[in-house]
Design a protein around this ligand. Structure first.
Ligand code: FAD
Length: 304
């Protein structure tokens, strides 16, 4: 219930407007968000990315946003991502650019999302940049997978995120054609009904590990995107962490102790960085998925 409350807070335009018009609250929340978001503009993301690359991490970058419902906003988001790709290319940064398809067109129509995805993919051919599609709530899963399949058949550098919590994910994975794919496996951030998904539990962890094993056996490149130390330990114990194409991927600001420990132990680790004006949305999501972050946010604000 707390998760749903935080997600509805994130969506409430009136609350967001109130925050934006009240400088004291705006600055307090912005300070709390600074733990998870590199900054409002692209330069902040690029600089943080470079610092992490120099320390031996790989990076993903996301320009925060989702559910853009008019063509102009989708075009603006796609343009920002084009600029990001250009900056990465100019700086020789072999990063991964991550995004929600609903930020670049899916909430308008599938054709717009595909058009923008194809434009970004055209731009990244001949570079070492990967494009990675995030997975959104279950109402969008099949549309996202259809767009991904169409695009991945043309552009080999596009990857897809799959959610272990969905009952259908095993089938989605089987449906992927035999050729190696770029996958990111997450537990899933959305509250879904029981007939569609399993909630946080040992059974979900078991399912996560099973899906992971299948992906590794099929030769996919897999990002193990979790902060769950029990899964991380299991992956290491089973000898999967050093398999070719396998890496850990964690969100910026979350369990930096764990990512640092893994990197120092010689495992490949990618950090997922975000930037953008929609930091408020992102902060609400992080608190929604892990309520103790609310207390941390209060501590960060109070200690400033
Ligand atoms: P959980 O089972 O939620 O928690 C296990 C333990 O991990 C906790 O006890 C705690 O110690 C630690 N932990 C987990 N979350 C936090 C946190 N926020 N702050 C502090 N500690 C925490 N979800 C999607 O639905 N679609 C996506 O496209 C997507 N992309 C992602 C990309 C990356 C790189 C990552 C890391 C996550 C992504 N997620 C996405 C979110 C994911 O689905 C989970 O909601 C999120 O990672 C929390 O689940 P968990 O597996 O980390 O651990």
């Amino acid at each position: 219930q707390f998760t749903e409350t935080m997600k509805s807070i994130a969506r409430r335009g009136d609350l967001k407007a109130y925050v934006e018009q009240t400088p004291s609250i705006y600055h307090m929340l912005q300070r709390a968000a600074a733990k998870y978001v590199t900054g409002e503009d692209r330069t902040a993301g690029l600089e943080a990315g470079l610092r992490l690359i120099n320390k031996g991490y790989a990076v993903s970058l996301e320009y925060i946003g989702e559910n853009a419902t008019d063509v102009q906003s989708c075009e603006a988001a796609a343009l920002e991502m084009k600029q990001l790709i250009k900056n990465l290319t100019d700086r020789g940064m072999a990063a991964r650019v991550s995004f929600d398809l609903s930020h670049i067109g899916l909430s308008v129509d599938d054709a717009l999302a595909f058009k923008h995805l194809a434009t970004l993919a055209d731009q990244t051919q001949q570079t070492e940049i990967e494009l990675f599609i995030s997975m959104e709530e279950s109402a969008k899963t099949e549309a996202i997978l259809a767009i991904y399949e169409r695009a991945a058949a043309i552009y080999p550098n596009i990857g897809i995120t799959l959610q272990a919590q969905l009952h259908l994910t095993a089938q989605y994975m089987n449906d992927l054609q035999a050729d190696p794919r770029r996958l990111r496996l997450v537990k899933g951030a959305y509250q879904e009904p029981k007939h569609l998904a399993i909630s946080r539990s040992d059974a979900l962890n078991e399912r996560y590990l099973h899906l992971l094993e299948q992906s590794i056996d099929k030769g996919h490149r897999v990002s193990i995107a979790t902060h769950d130390e029990r899964i991380v330990d299991e992956v290491i114990n089973r000898g999967w962490a050093l398999k070719p194409g396998v890496e850990f991927e964690m969100l910026y600001g979350i369990r930096p102790d764990l990512s640092s420990k893994l990197r120092k132990a010689g495992y490949p680790v990618r950090i997922y960085l975000t930037y953008g004006h929609e930091w408020y949305l992102y902060l609400c999501h992080r608190i929604a998925e892990y309520p103790p972050n609310l207390y941390q946010a209060v501590i960060d604000i109070a200690s400033d």
